[in-house]
Design a binder for this molecule. Structure first.
Ligand SMILES: Nc1nc2c(c(=O)[nH]1)N[C@H]1C(S)=C(S)[C@@H](COP(=O)(O)O)O[C@H]1N2
Ligand SMILES: [Mo]
Length: 424
């Protein structure tokens, strides 16, 4: 290298620039841009600028920078008895935009991850059809296919919060949700291929995993927007997301999105499977249970600042950011409160606004450095909005685990640290 600035000992001119820089920095005060003037990271050539980097085949399948090693799915050990029937959580506090990267989509399985060679995978359609059929993966890829972005939320997301604020971080309180672009064949086309009998009113997808997950889905939904999907974000489904085939049931609770999809039975009434009777029902105060509560109602959460993403920069301009979604359609508006729900400001929705997909919102504020109780409240295009947690409890009692879409409160302290709290 001939460039003098790349020589080992910095020249006089650089040293004096450095001094001048420090002086300028001191005068300029706290503004971020001015601080850069005396920064050795600006005035000194760094190793990564000096030496060649890795070549093209160093990372045949790309992974994030080593500095992002903390951005991972995490579980809560005491929450479940085994790792095979368990859950981990999407690190929402580290993400932006509306798409969840494949390797960070939360996982929920009831019998571990099925390990399936796609060449050995089959999808059977039987029951009230003219001709029962069996498809290979290759057969399925010959049907016209679609690309759609949808959120998937487990009905148990925020389930721990029914009894008060518990887990300190939106990853744990709200991380049983992800949003990806699926490529798949409309379920309608596959059912039509088999030919539906006139009394065909329900379908029952079944998984090829050890739990053989089965749920009843009404025919109107099956013929509306369900997909038999084989790709997520452009590449094959991940094994933990149902490789090689999963059902996509837009806007409805995650449990119905059967992974490792091997069979769809067509019937004239629901099957009352375990997962729709003893589980995924909501026990009310009077001893009765709500059943078939399929749609995921509007919900939102502030992802930053949040307990895992405290404010580190002190008072001044900052961005409050979060996500909102609704199983009914698009999010129309998100309001943000800085004072525990007394006053509300309308947040800025940014990025694509797609039906039954995640929406990103921002509120750009000038923080005066005092305590805040921050909340977000989503409203969808049909006018449904998020209730407070106490409104939810008044309507449904406190026996529930599922379908908690109550407004979340984060207590932001003057030092920037954040805690999960509830306001009454
Ligand atoms: N075959 C099968 N499908 C399944 C499950 C399962 O255990 N087995 N879990 C369900 C539940 S409860 C949820 S919330 C979603 C989770 O999807 P994910 O693991 O892609 O996040 O898959 C659903 N589909
Ligand atoms: Mo779930």
């Amino acid at each position: 290298m001939t460039d003098k600035t790349n020589s080992k000992t910095p020249g006089l001119s650089r040293r004096s620039l450095l001094k001048a820089g420090f002086a300028a920095g001191a005068v300029a005060g706290t503004a971020g841009a001015a601080r850069a003037a005396g920064d050795p990271l600006i005035t000194e050539i760094q190793d990564w600028n000096r030496y060649l980097g890795d070549g093209v085949q160093a990372r045949p399948y790309g992974t994030p920078s080593e500095y992002e090693a903390n951005v991972v799915r995490r579980d809560v050990e005491w929450l479940t008895a085994s790792t095979e029937s368990s859950v981990n959580f999407t690190p929402l506090h580290e993400l932006d935009g509306i798409i969840t990267p494949n390797g960070l989509c939360f996982e929920r399985h009831h019998g571990g991850i099925a390990d399936i060679n796609p060449a050995d995978h089959r999808l059977m359609i039987n029951g009230l059809v003219d001709s029962p059929l069996v498809f290979t993966m290759e057969d399925l890829k010959r049907f016209p296919r679609e690309n759609r972005v949808y959120f998937l939320e487990c009905a148990a997301n925020s389930g721990m919060e029914w009894r008060g604020s518990q887990l300190n971080g939106c990853q744990y309180t709200h991380g049983m949700v992800h949003c990806v672009m699926y490529t798949g064949v409309p379920l309608k086309l596959i059912l039509e291929e088999a030919g539906l009998k006139t009394n065909a009113k329900w379908v029952m997808p079944e998984g090829a995993d050890a739990s053989a997950m089965t749920r009843s889905i009404p025919m109107e939904k099956a013929l509306d927007d369900c997909l038999v999907a084989f790709k997520m974000n452009g590449e094959a489904l991940r094994p933990e997301q149902g490789y090689p085939l999963r059902l996509v049931v837009p806007g409805w609770e995650g449990n119905m999105w059967v992974k490792w999809l091997r069979r769809i039975e067509v019937g004239d009434e629901p099957w009352h499977q375990r997962e729709e009777t003893s589980k995924y029902t909501d026990l009310l105060e009077n001893g009765k249970a709500r059943r078939f509560t399929w749609v995921m109602d509007p919900k939102s959460v502030i992802t930053s600042p949040s307990p895992q993403a405290p404010i580190s920069h002190g008072k001044g301009p900052m961005v409050i950011s979060g996500v909102a979604w609704s199983g009914n359609g698009r999010i129309k508006r998100v309001d943000v409160s800085l004072d525990g729900g007394r006053n509300w400001k309308t947040a800025r929705l940014d990025g694509p606004s797609l039906s039954k997909a995640m929406h990103r919102f921002y509120l750009d504020i000038d923080w005066d450095g005092s305590d805040m109780l921050i909340q977000s409240r989503a409203m969808d295009e049909h006018g449904f909005f998020q209730p407070t947690k106490n409104e939810l409890r008044a309507a449904r009692g406190e026996n529930s685990i599922y379908h908690n879409n109550g407004i979340q409160t984060w207590y932001v302290k003057a030092d920037g640290m954040v805690e999960n709290v509830e306001v009454s």
